[in-house]
Design a protein around this ligand. Structure first.
Ligand code: UDX
Ligand code: UDX
Length: 433
């Protein structure tokens, strides 16, 4: 099939590359010319394991191409995916939909024969109705169907999630559009996943409901971790004990710092805002957002306590600063709150992240180091902020040349007993050590 992805960001690029790998012809359009030029040279602007390789393969086979010429891309395609960002509007909870609407307004000029307009961007329930209004003349002429098809890709695992989805959700009341999308997704809807056709509004809400539920699950285990610290119980036992109940499930029960990323924080906020617009008080989601905000502060205070509140001129190392491993994405990472706060208190921070230096931390008291050893060498406290694989087997005694250094493992990747045996002052999350 002939597909057009509008927005070659995380979602548009990963979906476009994966669709081309399934044998479709894909054109990715983006307003950012430098991004398009890089992609034409098969340079991927984001850190996503495996993506560049699949891109190169399909680019060579001419199944995928990149352009900033929207007219050309739309004219040549049968299905148009809107994949532009929907960030939170400044100083509000609501999703900024201006890119989605402007994409729709631009596309409509170029439609002369039947096309399916698919919203992949995460948009509040009933946005599809507004998009359809933009296409109202074309809709009357039966030249378009406007469909919602949310994505459920995790950064760092986006390709695997695309190829092996738990479900594919398509929201439409058009049988014609449904038939075409069903055959597009047929190669990846295998035994263990389901293709779900629902109303357009239903599909829009499924996305928010899922993300807010996962955020709730994480906040729940994080709050229980606080209780575990007071009661000498290991939170990992609680996660395992709960997770083995199939009604609960073991995934997304890892206690850690506040959840971050491009989706959970903005989608929970947007869901609260949608509730407000439809006069529905979503008290649980509100509490989750609050709990997550508190968590950033709580863990930062714990850092101060671990250092005995004597922090001036102390050196703290952050291992990992991204919101999760296998991504270079800093959006809503907990470190964005912690590091500037600690520096304001007089601490010197060194950090290493496998995805490289972050310009966001341009400050004389924040130094990027090229490897784990140089970041840890003279450290008073090493904070494991992100659970990258390279942080799982560090011989701290060998690389840290400072007496009485401490380790604060915010991802519980080390075994407290072994750390004790090695005489390392070790602190974790939800475990009395
Ligand atoms: C996507 C969105 O679909 C969002 O709704 C969802 O919740 C998470 O995933 P993401 O892929 O992370 O967002 O966005 P981003 O990486 O910011 O990429 C958006 C791309 O669209 C950018 O490359 C931008 O240049 C492009 N764009 C934006 C356009 O081409 N045209 C526009 O009008 C606006
Ligand atoms: C999420 C959703 O999982 C995905 O379905 C959606 O389409 C986009 O948003 P992503 O933000 O890439 O994906 O990462 P995810 O793996 O969900 O992690 C989000 C945050 O939650 C990270 O900060 C992560 O560290 C945290 N997390 C996750 C936990 O703290 N504990 C867990 O058990 C799982």
């Amino acid at each position: 099939m002939k597909l057009c992805m509008i927005g070659a960001g995380y979602v548009g690029l990963v979906s476009g590359v994966c669709f081309s790998d399934l044998g479709n012809n894909v054109i990715c359009v983006d307003k950012d010319k430098s991004k398009i030029n890089a992609l034409k040279k098969c340079i991927v602007p984001i850190y996503e394991p495996g993506l560049e390789e699949i891109l190169k393969r399909n680019f060579k086979q001419k199944r995928i191409n990149f352009t900033d010429n929207l007219k050309d891309a739309v004219t040549k395609s049968d299905i148009i995916f809107i994949c532009v960002g929907t960030p939170t509007k400044k100083n509000t909870n609501s999703a900024d939909l201006r890119y989605v609407f402007s994409a729709a307004n631009e596309i409509k000029k170029f439609i002369k024969k039947y096309k399916i307009i698919v919203t992949k961007s995460t948009v509040p329930v009933s946005t599809g109705d507004k998009i359809e209004k933009i296409f109202s003349i074309l809709k009357k002429k039966k030249l378009v169907d406007v469909v919602s098809n949310p994505e459920f890709l995790r950064e760092g695992e986006a390709i695997r999630d695309f190829i092996n989805p738990d479900r594919v959700v398509v929201g439409t009341n058009s049988e014609r559009a449904n038939k075409i999308l069903k055959s597009l997704y047929q190669p990846i809807v295998k035994k263990n996943s389901r293709y779900i056709k629902t109303s357009r509004r239903g599909a829009e809400l499924i996305k928010y409901a899922s993300n807010a539920f996962l955020a709730t699950k994480i906040s729940y285990i994080n709050e229980l971790a606080n209780l575990c610290e007071q009661t000498d119980v290991d939170i990992k036992d609680i996660s395992t004990g709960m997770g083995l109940d199939e009604r609960i499930g073991e995934r997304f029960l890892r206690a850690g710092p506040a959840y971050g990323g491009s989706c959970f924080p903005k989608d929970t906020r947007a869901l609260i805002d949608t509730g407000k617009n439809f006069k529905t008080d979503l008290t649980i989601v509100k509490t989750v957002v609050k709990s997550n905000e508190n968590r950033k502060k709580m863990l930062t205070k714990r850092v101060l306590t671990i250092l005995g509140n004597k922090i001036k001129n102390k050196q703290i190392t952050f291992l990992g600063v991204t919101f999760k491993p296998n991504t270079d994405d800093m959006r809503e990472a907990c470190s964005l709150y912690m590091i500037p706060y600690l520096v304001r208190k007089g601490v010197k921070v060194k950090y290493f992240d496998p995805s490289g230096k972050k310009n966001i931390f341009n400050n004389n008291n924040i130094e990027y180091c090229k490897n784990i050893s140089s970041a840890c060498l003279k450290s008073d406290l090493i904070i494991i902020h992100t659970e990258w694989n390279e942080f799982k087997f560090i011989d701290f005694k060998k690389i840290v040349k400072k007496n009485n250094f401490k380790v604060y493992d915010m991802r519980n990747i080390y075994d407290p007993k072994r750390m004790k045996l090695n005489k390392i002052k070790y602190f974790a999350v939800g475990r009395k050590v």
